[in-house]
Design a protein around this ligand. Structure first.
Ligand code: SF4
Ligand code: SF4
Length: 515
């Protein structure tokens, strides 16, 4: 043992006479730079609890946790990120990926506590000195790790499609579908907004990984009308898609269509349609062969029950067949998915109107269970003077004629009243019938229109003219023309639907002549 070893404990004792090296709180605080990456901040009103921040964190520093006063709703999981600063390395990947831009970092970096539990915070929820800091790191558009632009769908040019009822959207090619599928965050926020709770992230993933057979099975797990939904669904899923907060939502509907189109010729083999099903005791009668009735028929049949559908028309499909024009949903596509359902062994009685050809009581006696799915068949008409004048058509009746292959002569000028998807189908079908001037009159503004934005845009591209804040009050016939008396409107307080109520402006009446 050397002399140095013998004396070394005394060196340590020497330190007791020196000033302490550890700095006690409060220390002299130096403010972080303006874009310093300090403790996180989160605008919890903007945050949707998608969990993308949790997913990207390589240190597993983020957990999505419930918060007392935040409740789950469509487009919001109700969870919020909680960050463990024992794990966080301040890389800011979570900030750069956040689709809503709610997550940021303050330039505050000092927090002294002996309790390790106090190193775990829910930014924006817990009360910290930096909670409302506006300095620090925020992601810029250039730093965003996500692709905000949707892959466009190839469609027929407006001048071409105006003259034909042929389907106007051609469908994604493989590279387009993979590119679009690659934008998905797999957060699953969309699932709750889908009425059939389809596993959207999983079927989108199947496209990315070229496993379309798996994708088709996922679609059929909850929806045997994926062909139609891939074309004409109102896509509430897209309304809440996390990416839609700062860019284009994922084209979920078109990706669904991609799977059904690409697997159409292998569908029976992939789904095992036509193979024997487990047979159970029990028979179910279904009144109405529209999408609801046939969906019930498909799943009941797959459970092994005997199923008979009573349909008043000579064809199945309900509103999908009679209410949606061919250029949006070709009948061949609808027929192929209906045939898939029927080939599970569903029996159909066509041209039978329940209540006329057979009574409800007879059906109740005959079956163990009845499913009534008659749909909303009757169009609505505002009770105004002259509504019965020849030349005034109900939207759904007109679309029914088009679906039957009829091509009525509407003349040169047509007025369509309303702002929903039916009004869009009617005005765009009128264009295709060769009507020179088609006007849509809507009593609110474009912002309140219930029709899909895409439909409105496409109608405009096809030359449809829109007159907002105006409606008709009286219709008369003069010679072979219709004189429509209209009035201008203004918006008042919101009504029960949450939209602002249209109020007529006195003295603003005007007349429009149409065919
Ligand atoms: S990524 Fe953004 S929106 Fe999603 S949970 Fe995290 S902070 Fe909230
Ligand atoms: S489609 Fe949108 S909401 Fe759905 S999982 Fe993908 S990113 Fe999330």
């Amino acid at each position: 043992m050397s002399l140095k070893d013998i004396l070394s404990p005394f060196y340590a004792w020497k330190r007791t006479l020196e000033k302490p090296y550890t700095i006690k709180k409060p220390i002299e605080e130096r403010e972080g730079a303006d874009r310093y990456r300090g403790f996180h901040v989160n605008d919890i009103e903007k945050c949707i609890g998608c969990g993308t921040c949790e997913e990207i964190c390589q240190n597993e520093a983020i957990d999505m946790v419930p918060v007392d006063f935040i409740h789950a709703k469509k487009g919001d999981s109700g969870l919020r990120p909680q960050i463990d600063y024992g794990r966080c390395c301040w890389c800011a990947l979570c900030v750069d990926v956040c689709p809503t831009g709610s997550l940021g970092m303050s330039n505050d970096y000092i927090w002294v506590t002996p309790d390790p539990e106090e190193w775990v915070f829910k930014p924006g929820v817990d009360d910290n000195p930096w909670k409302d800091d506006d300095k620090g790191y925020r992601r810029t558009d250039e730093a965003w790790l996500l692709d905000p632009k949707l892959t466009p769908m190839p469609v027929m040019e407006p001048d071409v499609r105006k003259n034909t009822f042929d389907e106007m959207a051609y469908g994604y090619e493989v590279t387009m579908a993979i590119e679009e599928a690659s934008r998905c965050l797999e957060c699953g926020i969309c699932i709750d907004a889908c009425p059939t709770h389809m596993d959207i992230p999983e079927y989108i993933k199947s496209i990315r990984e070229n496993r379309l057979e798996d994708g088709l099975k996922i679609l059929y797990d909850t929806n045997p009308f994926s062909d139609s939904c891939g074309r004409v669904c109102t896509a509430h899923c897209q309304d809440v898609c996390a990416l839609g907060h700062n860019g284009d939502p994922i084209a979920i509907r078109w990706l669904k269509r991609y799977i059904t189109d690409q697997t159409a010729d292998r569908r029976y083999e992939i789904l095992g349609i036509g193979k024997p099903l487990p047979e159970k005791d029990g028979a179910v009668g279904i009144i109405g062969g529209g999408p609801a009735g046939l969906t019930a028929a498909f799943y009941l049949r797959n459970y092994g029950y005997k199923v008979t559908v009573y349909e008043q028309h000579d064809k199945l499909g309900g509103m999908l067949r009679y209410g949606i024009p061919q250029y949006r949903l070709p009948k061949e596509v609808l027929d192929r998915e209906i045939q898939t359902i029927l080939d599970t062994g569903v029996e159909v009685k066509y041209n039978v109107k329940v209540g006329k050809d057979i009574s409800l009581k007879e059906l109740k006696d005959k079956y163990d269970a009845l499913f009534i799915s008659v749909g909303a068949q009757i169009g609505t008409q505002m009770p105004i003077e002259g509504i019965d004048t020849p030349g005034v058509l109900v939207g759904l009746e007109f679309l029914d004629q088009i679906a039957e292959g009829k091509r009525p002569n509407l003349g040169e000028r047509v007025m369509v009243v309303g702002g929903g998807n039916t009004a869009m189908d009617v005005c765009r079908s009128s264009v295709r019938l060769g009507v020179k001037e088609v006007f849509v009159y809507y009593r609110r503004t474009e912002a309140e229109m219930p029709a899909n934005d895409e439909e409105i845009e496409e109608a405009k591209e096809e030359g449809v003219k829109f007159e907002f804040l105006a409606t008709r009050t009286k219709i008369t016939k003069e010679g072979d023309k219709l004189k429509v008396q209209c009035i201008r409107m203004q918006l008042g307080e919101p009504d029960a639907t949450g939209r602002r109520r249209p109020i007529p402006i006195e003295g603003s009446e005007f007349t429009v002549e149409v065919d």
